[in-house]
Every structure is written in C-alpha cells, then in structure tokens.
Design a protein around this ligand. Structure first.
Ligand code: 5GP
Length: 177
C-alpha cells in the first residue's frame, strides 16, 4: 500500500495532468512566438507544474521562481500577501507568465498581478492548473487554465497539506475534508 492511500483519493490522475500540461504548453508556444517569455513559478506549490510546463513550451524562455506567504486570520486568508523570495531579474519590458498551482480566493494572484504590473513588464498573463470558482473573492483573468474543480482541499503535484503530499504525481483529495 502506497504511503498516501489511507488519507488521499485520486481526483485527477497523472496521465490526465500530463496531457493537460502538454496542451497548455502548445497554446503558450503558439501565443508567444517571437516574444521574450519569462515564466514565473509561484513557490512552492507550482514548482512541479511550472517545471513540467516549461518543458512543454517549445520556445526560448527565462525561468524565475517567486515565493509568497499569505497571512491567515484563523483558517481564512486575510488577503494580505508577502513576497518571501523575489525574482532575480528586472521585469521591465518582459512578457511575464505567472504560473500558479491553484486559484482559490484569488487574493494571492490579485496581489501578484498588482506587484508585477508595477514593474513595467511588456505584458502579464496567468496560467493556473486548477481553479476553485466557488471560493473566488475577486475576479482573476486566467489566460491558461487546466481544470476547474469543486470546493475540495486538494493535494499532490506540488500542493501540500501541512507540507506533506507535494510529491504525489497526481492531484488528490484529502479523505474526509
Ligand atoms: P488564494 O489566494 O487564491 O486563496 O490561494 C492561493 C493559494 O492557496 C494556492 O497557491 C495554494 O497554496 C493555497 N490553496 C488554495 N486552495 C488549496 C487547496 O485546495 N489545496 C492546497 N494544498 N492549497 C490550496
């Protein structure tokens, strides 16, 4: 029995995730022809998705990672976000694609779009593997979207529960949550 089986059910299997990543990569390749693309993966949840997506894009690109931390008031996010680790290069004039694991309330991405937008990039777009529209507290334009899911707490493929389960190769759902 695999270590996770007692606590996690498969929601989206790894073959389905891989096919979607390939499809998103093809779309992005088509849309960014001739442009200087900077892919920013938001840590830690988007590391696996971001790196797989980068390999599915048939263009020269620059990779960056950005660390964020949300302040929570109890169990709910307050929407106040802090950058814990910034990108390594100036973003002025760059075509930025922010890669997120999941857009839940949207407050993290709202902050990131405002923050990155103030650095005078040529463009900023959003690629999210998952979206939980039921929980949205602000409208985020998701330019490239993987899967729309119901309001369940998901883990795997970068997403954690208490820092665990990030290494599952599929999107899973915590049993009983
Ligand atoms: P938002 O600011 O959109 O509410 O939240 C974005 C962040 O919250 C995500 O990047 C992720 O780290 C975390 N998050 C939201 N929903 C889930 C979920 O179902 N599972 C996990 N593991 N993290 C989530």
């Amino acid at each position: 029995m695999a270590f996770y089986e007692k606590d996690v059910d498969v929601m989206i299997d790894s073959a389905t995730v891989a096919a979607k990543v390939k499809e998103l990569g093809t779309q992005i390749t088509r849309d960014y022809q001739g442009k200087e693309l900077t892919l920013i993966a938001v840590m830690k949840g988007s590391l696996f998705f971001g790196m797989d997506l980068a390999r599915a894009i048939d263009l020269p690109l620059t990779l960056e990672v950005l660390g964020v931390s949300s302040y929570s008031g109890g169990t709910e996010t307050t929407g106040e976000v802090r950058i814990t680790s910034d990108v390594t290069k100036p973003m002025a004039g760059k075509h930025i694609l922010v890669v997120e694991d999941i857009i839940d309330t949207g407050l993290t991405m709202k902050f990131l779009l405002e923050n990155l937008g103030a650095r005078h990039p040529a463009s900023v777009k959003v690629c999210a593997l998952l979206e939980k529209p039921v929980r949205a507290r602000t409208k985020i334009p998701i330019d490239y979207k993987g899967f729309v899911i119901e309001d369940k707490f998901v883990v795997g493929y970068g997403l954690d529960f208490d820092e665990k389960y990030r290494n599952l190769p599929f999107i899973g759902v915590m049993k009983g949550r």
